[in-house]
Design a protein around this ligand. Structure first.
Ligand SMILES: O=C(O)CCC(=O)C(=O)O
Ligand SMILES: [Fe+2]
Length: 435
């Protein structure tokens, strides 16, 4: 904090400042620009990411002090804990249906998970009742799944690790991946127009023949599943606010490769920038079976009320659910997933090698890139880079609101401009441009 207080004040940046009310509580600081306030907060809460800091600032009317105490209530309790939290070992055995919920067409009202615990789910009925996902086992005829796996195994040695920025550290994802689109024109546009983590993707490939064939089946199944979910699980049997009423069209895919149990992907929500609100994703697993873990996002305000919650355990407040993803299973992440839950592929101490893939798991996440969210339409930040679309998840006050933000914070070596603008969408999730 000292360093920031004693250093020369930075130039006031306009856009974010305009959207943030300047508080009178912070008497001496009311001239501080928002990025200065963010920097102060970041120095006080190094474990928080920039969006979380910004949300804390927003929901505390721009007061660094109030935002810090809101974020800090949980951090302060670290010292009070007598010992590091002990994780209880969880049985890995297969399970039959969760009897009381079997046959239910509605998601259970009461959370089944508890702080620090992992609930393992295998049966499709349980998965759809307790998570925002549905799963179809043995999705493709066996020969087709094998052909697709062969096609991807031949590609995988050329895949790369993704890099992203965590404050001033550049971090590599602990698995490799590659991006595929359906036409050469689209690949060119992706390489020159679409920005991810502040840079362009150099290696964008054309969807392979087996992938394309399978995409047709994924498309019809995902659309059927969306309709079924609306009928069986959503209030008044209506699609969610901001969810598209149109059929889902898979036109892009990230293919992930996990080579051995050590490869993984940490908890995250998928970027909505080009998919829009309430995105649906079809995720096909091939090769080694792995655990897909999901957990509900808990607003910071709720966590703060738990005296024994610290920053490291906060994520675990509600516990997590592990979904077993065997070879040839299609997982559908429904419209409520990205905004309200996070997901990950957990590292695994032991895996069963697959006859074709050995230690590898290949995964295709089919996505629908919306033309209306092409970067030629979306706002640019002051770094002149298309802004990133995020959903406010951590503060109760702004929960569910969408915002356009400077891409930085995710970009290796870039500092960012602090750009922020609330995003406006129609009921059907189409962007409404304010300019
Ligand atoms: O490998 C998986 O099943 C999930 C991958 C994932 O989360 C992603 O590509 O965003
Ligand atoms: Fe993801």
């Amino acid at each position: 904090m000292e360093a920031f207080v004693s250093r020369k004040r930075r130039r006031r940046l306009s856009t974010l400042d305009d959207s943030l009310p300047v508080t009178t509580e912070d008497d001496h600081n009311e001239d501080d620009s928002t990025d200065f306030k963010l920097a102060k907060l970041a120095s006080l809460h190094p474990n928080e990411d920039q969006p979380a800091l910004l949300e804390a600032l927003l929901s505390n009317n721009g007061s660094v002090e109030a935002a810090s105490s809101c974020l800090g209530r949980s951090a302060a309790s670290i010292g009070e804990l007598p010992s590091p939290r002990k994780r209880r070992a969880v049985g890995q055995g297969h399970q039959s249906l969760l009897a009381p919920f079997a046959g239910s067409t509605h998601p259970a009202k009461k959370a089944l998970t508890k702080k620090g615990k992992t609930l393992h789910l295998y049966a499709p009925q349980d998965i759809e009742a307790h998570t925002p996902c549905s799963i179809i086992h043995n999705f493709l005829p066996a020969v087709e799944a094998d052909a697709l796996l062969h096609e991807l195994l031949a590609e995988a040695p050329g895949f790369k690790k993704e890099t992203f920025q965590l404050f001033d550290r550049t971090v590599e994802s602990p698995h490799t991946m590659c991006f595929y689109v359906d036409s050469l024109d689209e690949a060119k546009a992706q390489q020159t127009e679409y920005v991810y983590n502040g840079s362009y993707i150099a290696d964008v490939r054309r969807t392979l023949p087996e992938m394309l064939k399978v995409a047709t089946k994924v498309k019809s199944t995902v659309n059927e599943e969306i309709q079924r979910r609306v009928r069986t699980s959503y209030p008044d049997r209506k699609k969610l606010k901001y969810q598209s009423p149109h059929p889902w069209i898979p036109n892009a895919a990230f293919v992930n490769c996990y080579d051995g149990g050590g490869d993984s992907v940490g908890y995250h929500s998928d970027q909505l920038t080009y998919l829009g609100p309430r995105a649906v994703i079809g995720s096909l697993s091939l090769g080694v079976a792995r655990e897909f873990r999901v957990r509900r996002i808990v607003p910071k305000d709720d966590m703060a009320s738990d005296a024994h919650t610290d920053v490291s355990t906060a994520a675990d407040t509600m516990g997590q659910i592990s979904i077993h993803l065997p070879h040839n299973s299609l997982l559908i992440m429904h419209a409520e997933m990205q905004e309200e839950w996070k997901h990950s592929i957990a590292p695994s101490a032991a895996i069963d090698p697959h006859p074709l893939a050995g230690n590898k798991r290949l995964n295709i996440t089919y996505r629908w890139y919306k033309e209306s969210l092409h970067p030629r339409f979306t706002p640019r930040c002051r770094c002149r880079v298309p802004a990133v679309l995020r959903c406010s998840q951590r503060s109760r006050e702004n929960k569910g609101r969408y915002m356009w933000m400077c891409h930085a914070g995710y970009t290796p070596g870039k500092k960012g401009c602090g750009f922020f603008e609330w995003a406006v969408f129609t009921e059907d999730g189409e962007p409404v441009w304010q300019r």
